[in-house]
Design a protein around this ligand. Structure first.
Ligand SMILES: Cc1cc2nc3c(=O)[nH]c(=O)nc-3n(C[C@H](O)[C@H](O)[C@H](O)COP(=O)(O)O)c2cc1C
Length: 404
């Protein structure tokens, strides 16, 4: 499924807020990701950042004047909104929010929103007192009633040196909200539990047994599933990654903790994707004190950890979820994957070739072979986000097959 900004016509409306400079980074990121970005600025916005900045970053002329229709390259006041795939007003001042809530059409930006046939997202940015004023709160409520999406402002230190809500969120979160409003919501209504990352099994208070999993594949799955409309619960081992926007994350350390967290939450899921690299073994005894280097030798005795995937497979029919597993294999991956799929009662297995330089652990790309009851499909070497989308495409078709 196409899951990117590439080729999308996006109108970015900039209004007279001190946060206008931040949106220069957003315009640049959208253009780099292949969107056709048209920037519309209010008269006040032009007092904060020169239109030339956005023109250079978007690669398109910036539009400010509704009455410029006589110019050769002019775009009519309704054309932009009617042709766009998405209109984003960011930053949105209290003034522009009030105008949009009441259907005013006194500048190019307001007219574009009134003429838009696509989704409109509004990102309020203002001093906390202005945001919390009942007039602004009512106007934001009116925008929601009109069907517009709100990119909720976050709390932090404001330009006026006060702390409180009213700041624009960071681009990574905004990017997800923008993508969610242009991609097909084919996982809407599905509850998906995804496990990600490694586990850590303590040897003593300072040392642990772990593996090379970075969590990037599982986090990409969580991010893209959320983007496609799913309600996502991410059960994560220790990673350096931030939870994706709108995804609830439960943190775990050991295989035992991940086991109990998954089992406590699996009952009402429609899909479970187990991409975490769970340790197969943990120390039989964890030392209460740090083992000293002077000790002659440190002998490790290991015991098996709970097999989460196997237990999920055994409970699958009772709870009715679709079960997807991962296999990290360095040789003979197809045969090993097939064996694991049958043994663990999986609907789908993503076989991960960890022998290549650009696949598997820690890197941003992956090359996965999918296997379900209908056979093998080798996915191309691609980003973990693209791989996640291809895996989710298969999940969507398996869910449809299950419901038939
Ligand atoms: C330095 C400065 C910063 C401002 N920052 C904001 C802001 O962050 N949010 C806001 O709603 N208004 C802000 N304003 C007020 C708006 O610029 C003003 O309401 C203006 O009329 C908005 O016009 P527009 O909505 O057409 O862009 C600021 C004004 C000044 C002078």
């Amino acid at each position: 499924m196409d899951n990117s900004f590439s080729g999308k016509k996006i109108v970015v409306g900039i209004t007279g807020s001190i946060a206008a400079f931040k949106v220069a980074g957003w315009v640049s990121a959208l253009a780099k990701e292949g969107a056709d970005v048209s920037v519309v600025m209010t008269e006040s916005a032009c007092r904060f950042v020169a239109p030339l900045t956005y023109a250079a970053l978007s690669g398109n002329p910036v539009l400010t004047d509704m009455f410029a229709a006589e110019e050769a390259h002019a775009i009519s006041h309704i054309q932009l909104g009617s042709e766009a795939d998405l209109v984003v007003i960011a930053p949105a001042t209290a003034n522009t929010i009030a105008k949009l809530a009441h259907g005013f059409a006194d500048d190019l930006l307001a007219t574009t929103v009134l003429a838009a046939s696509c989704k409109v997202l509004v990102a309020p940015a203002m001093n906390s007192a202005m945001l919390l004023n009942p007039a602004t709160k009512r106007n934001i409520k009116l925008l929601k009633e009109l069907g517009h999406g709100i990119i909720e402002p976050v709390s932090g230190q404001m330009a006026c040196k006060t702390d409180g809500p009213g700041r624009l969120p960071e681009w990574d979160d905004v990017r997800e909200q923008l993508l969610a409003s242009i991609v097909e919501q084919d996982l809407q209504g599905e509850k998906i539990l995804i496990t990600a990352g490694p586990t850590r099994e303590a040897l003593d208070p300072a040392r642990f047994l772990s593996n090379r999993s970075s969590g990037k594949m599982g986090y990409a799955l969580a991010r893209t599933a959320k983007r496609r409309g799913a309600d996502v619960l991410l059960v994560s081992g220790p990673t350096a990654l931030f939870p994706p926007h709108g995804v609830k994350r439960l943190d775990t350390q050991t295989a035992e903790e991940m086991h109990s967290t998954v089992m406590d939450n699996c009952q009402d899921m429609s899909v479970i994707i187990k991409s975490a690299a769970v340790s197969d073994f943990c120390p039989k005894n964890t030392m209460a004190e740090k083992v000293k280097k002077e000790d002659a030798e440190f002998v490790l005795k290991l015991k098996q950890t709970p097999d989460i995937l196997k237990e999920l497979g055994e409970n699958k029919d009772k709870h009715g979820y679709l079960l997807v597993g991962f296999a990290a294999e360095s040789c003979d991956h197809r045969a090993a994957g097939e064996k694991k799929r049958i043994k663990k009662n999986l609907d789908l297995i993503a076989i991960n070739d960890i022998s290549g330089k650009n696949t598997g652990f820690e890197v941003d790309t992956n090359e996965v072979t999918l296997l379900d009851s209908s056979g093998f499909t080798k996915l191309p070497l691609s980003s973990k986000e693209d791989t996640a989308n291809l895996i989710l495409d298969r999940v969507v078709s398996l869910l449809a097959r299950k419901k038939d």
